[in-house]
Design a protein around this ligand. Structure first.
Ligand SMILES: [Ca+2]
Ligand SMILES: [Ca+2]
Ligand SMILES: [Ca+2]
Ligand SMILES: [Ca+2]
Length: 718
């Protein structure tokens, strides 16, 4: 797969500078504001209250985290936990001082309200502009942004489906992106969680009701708020949609009633945040969307779990230009980056402004993957022309302000039929309708490959798109029309479960070799995780070539039967099933038997005699022998010798006396036999008494040599 260069978000800070609503504030503030100064503040209470986002200086380096996660080939769960915990830690550690300051301001009624966030280290503050200026001068504050309004990307055209509720067919756009061919492969998005941030969803619509995670997944029992978030009214019990837009987009993602297939990933379960365009004069602000992203990045509030985290979230809204929102503003980017770092693919509709330009943040091109922006084509026309309204590139929201191609990908967005609140169906046109198609394709890909990373998903979608318009990537279609079938085919399949070979019996504290082998259908490198059944698993090792037999040794320190299992994963983190178990029975080590010593029972000082030593080991272990000659000489352990092999040694004693030879055998586990003893008598000291007894000694030696029976008799006597 092609790897593209990642630019760093920090670069764009330098380019665009810092813009706030009524003033430009330097980040290099003079000094922190002392509490005493509070007494000197005077506010004109007629001054307008503004809502701002205060960014603290200390921020998590998400790109750094992602580079590290990519290098270690981290699972999505690991990415999620690392991201969320890092973000929370920095917020919890650095916000207390500012919070204390805001509390004091609030007591004096200088601050109306504030809310802390951790998805980015920010605090939303509703206060007077003059107080904003004070806050911005604090040493711990990086900058202050206005809390911009956001708006729905309104459909260009909409009409109800007057023909019938059930059309008994698959929607043409779903067909055009080849989703049914993926379903035929047995992939429907099952086991995958999808999300939207939109106007809400009609949780009772027959095309969607059965797949709302809040009812479909028993893990949500008692916690509907993990599956539906209402940042305006906090009515988090059951999803609803007073607008209609969000029910339509979710229908395209995963909706479907029997015989009427409107959704791309009908097997997926959905969650949603109803943050956009809720009407009734309630302010729709950036902070509300941030709250939705902060909910979505960990709905159950437990960073160690990621079953509650959606694989993908499509967004059919934008931050408006009409309220002074500056071009290429990075306000939003960090929340999207946090979600993507946690494993959620974030999708934005390109906008419905045609050649006037792209919406925000879909105009961002800080690298090839962000923001993932979707154009609309007319799938009802066999030529799949780009919709007139679909926002065109290029964009200049790049790290160095140079031109870049946008949008990134196209999906069906003209006359798209999908669900509307109340149980009916209707047609809508807009890039809002195109991005849910992309959402559904991501769900299909995540079913095919559970740990595939956000960037890998986008890259596969780019590379498998059906090119339209000018050859290659262009400013109308991006990479072209999304092709669900090709994308899922390119999404890696797991390696086969490893095959294990090795011994079935063994002895404690002994190293045994096992071979492991698996093949990956795409021939990707493989990594192994080996469970040896003894709570000492061998963590991911690799990479190894697909099909290469690897040898791994392991030592069991306890006796018993142990079940060895292994699984493999490929370069795309796709994990195999567990291997068949391989049982090994580990027995207790047997100590070597007491050494048998043979040799003469008497002799003369200074004369060399041969002794033999022999032990056996019931396990067949090699043996090491140690001999103590009882005259101050000790061989220490020598070996190895085969079990049952006889060791021959020559020794002579200098002095006359009774000696007791001692011998031990030990096996490679250092388990030692009991001590063996062998007594012998040295009759004379050859050195000292050689002259005096020479003749007698010589006589005896000769006599014994010539009369073996005498030797026997003497041996028995002594
Ligand atoms: Ca969680
Ligand atoms: Ca093209
Ligand atoms: Ca693979
Ligand atoms: Ca042994």
């Amino acid at each position: 797969m092609k790897t593209k260069k990642r630019f760093f978000l920090t670069a764009i800070f330098v380019i665009i500078g810092l813009v706030i609503s009524n003033a430009t504030i330097s980040i290099n503030s003079m000094s922190s504001i002392e509490n005493d100064d509070l007494n000197n503040i005077s506010i004109d209470k007629n001054e307008e209250i503004v809502s701002v986002l205060v960014y603290l200086k200390d921020q998590v380096n998400l790109d750094g985290i992602n580079d590290q996660m990519d290098r270690t080939r981290a699972s999505l769960q690991n990415r999620h936990e690392t991201t969320v915990v890092s973000l929370q830690n920095i917020a919890y550690q650095t916000q207390p001082s500012l919070v204390e300051y805001l509390d004091k301001l609030q007591i004096k009624d200088f601050v109306k309200e504030y809310k802390t966030f951790w998805i980015r280290n920010i605090i939303r503050v509703d206060t007077y502009q003059s107080i904003v200026n004070l806050i911005a001068k604090r040493n711990d504050v990086l900058n202050v942004y206005p809390n911009y309004e956001i708006e729905l990307i309104e459909p260009i055209d909409e009409r109800p489906d007057i023909e019938s509720f059930n059309r008994d067919e698959i929607e043409i756009g779903v067909e055009a992106i080849r989703a049914p061919e993926v379903w035929d492969m047995g992939i429907t998005g099952e086991g995958v969680l999808v999300a939207t941030i939109d106007t809400g969803v009609d949780g009772n619509h027959p095309a969607l009701a059965s797949r709302w995670a809040g009812v479909a997944d028993p893990r949500y029992e008692g916690h509907p708020e993990w599956a539906w978030f209402d940042p305006y009214l906090y009515q988090n019990d059951f999803p609803y949609d007073t607008n209609g837009h969000g029910t339509h987009t979710m229908g395209t993602v995963c909706g479907g009633a029997p015989g009427d297939q409107i959704g791309v990933a009908p097997g997926a379960l959905w969650i949603s945040a109803g943050a956009i365009d809720r009407g009734g004069g309630i302010p729709q602000t950036v902070a509300d969307a941030i709250e939705s992203f902060e909910w979505m990045i960990d709905p159950d509030g437990d960073p160690t779990t990621n079953w509650d985290v959606p694989a993908v979230c499509s967004n059919s809204w934008r931050v408006t230009t009409s309220h002074g929102y500056p071009p290429c503003d990075e306000t939003f980017w960090s929340y999207l980056d946090a979600c993507e770092s946690a494993g959620i693919v974030i999708i934005f509709s390109a906008g419905n402004e045609g050649s006037i330009g792209l919406g925000r943040p879909s105009d961002r091109a800080t690298d090839d993957y962000r923001t993932f922006a979707v154009a609309a084509v007319d799938a009802n026309d066999p030529d799949w022309p780009i919709a007139d309204f679909s926002s065109r590139g290029p964009t200049y929201c790049t790290p160095d302000g140079s031109e870049a191609i946008k949008p990134d990908i196209s999906g069906p967005g003209v006359d798209v039929r999908s669900s509307i609140p109340g149980g009916g169906y209707g047609y809508k046109s807009g890039t809002s309708m195109a991005s849910p198609h992309i959402n559904g394709v991501v769900a299909l890909m995540r079913q095919a490959s559970q740990n595939i990373s956000v960037e890998e998903i986008k890259e596969i979608i780019y590379q498998t798109a059906y090119d339209l318009g000018d050859p290659g990537e262009d400013n109308s279609y991006g990479w072209g029309m999304i092709d669900a079938y090709e994308a899922v085919l390119q999404t890696s399949e797991p390696p086969c479960p490893p095959v294990i070979e090795g011994p079935y019996d063994g002895i404690e504290r002994t190293s045994y070799n096992f071979t492991f082998m698996c093949e990956d259908p795409e021939g990707e490198n493989v990594y192994y995780w080996i469970d040896c059944g003894d709570a000492c698993p061998i963590d991911w090792i690799g990479p190894y070539t697909s099909g290469e037999e690897i040898t791994v040794s392991h030592i069991w320190n306890d006796i018993g039967t142990f079940c060895i299992k292994a699984k493999a994963k490929d370069d795309n983190y796709v994990e195999s099933d567990w291997s068949d178990p391989h049982n090994i029975t580990i027995a207790e080590n047997q100590i070597p038997v007491k050494v048998t010593i043979n040799g003469p029972k008497w002799g003369f000082g200074g004369v060399e005699y041969e002794f033999t030593f022999m032990s056996t080991d019931a396990d067949g272990h090699d043996l090491y022998y140690r001999i103590n000659w009882d005259d101050g000489n000790d061989t220490g352990y020598t070996g190895p010798y085969n079990s049952g092999e006889t060791l021959k040694l020559i020794h002579s004693w200098k002095k006359k006396g009774d000696y007791s030879i001692k011998a031990w055998a030990k096996d490679p586990l250092n388990d030692e036999s009991n001590q063996a003893n062998f007594k012998l008598n040295i009759l004379t000291n050859a050195d000292k008494e050689k002259s005096r007894n020479y003749l007698f000694s010589e006589f005896l030696v000769r006599l014994i040599e010539h009369f073996p029976l005498l030797n026997k008799i003497l041996n028995n006597l002594i």
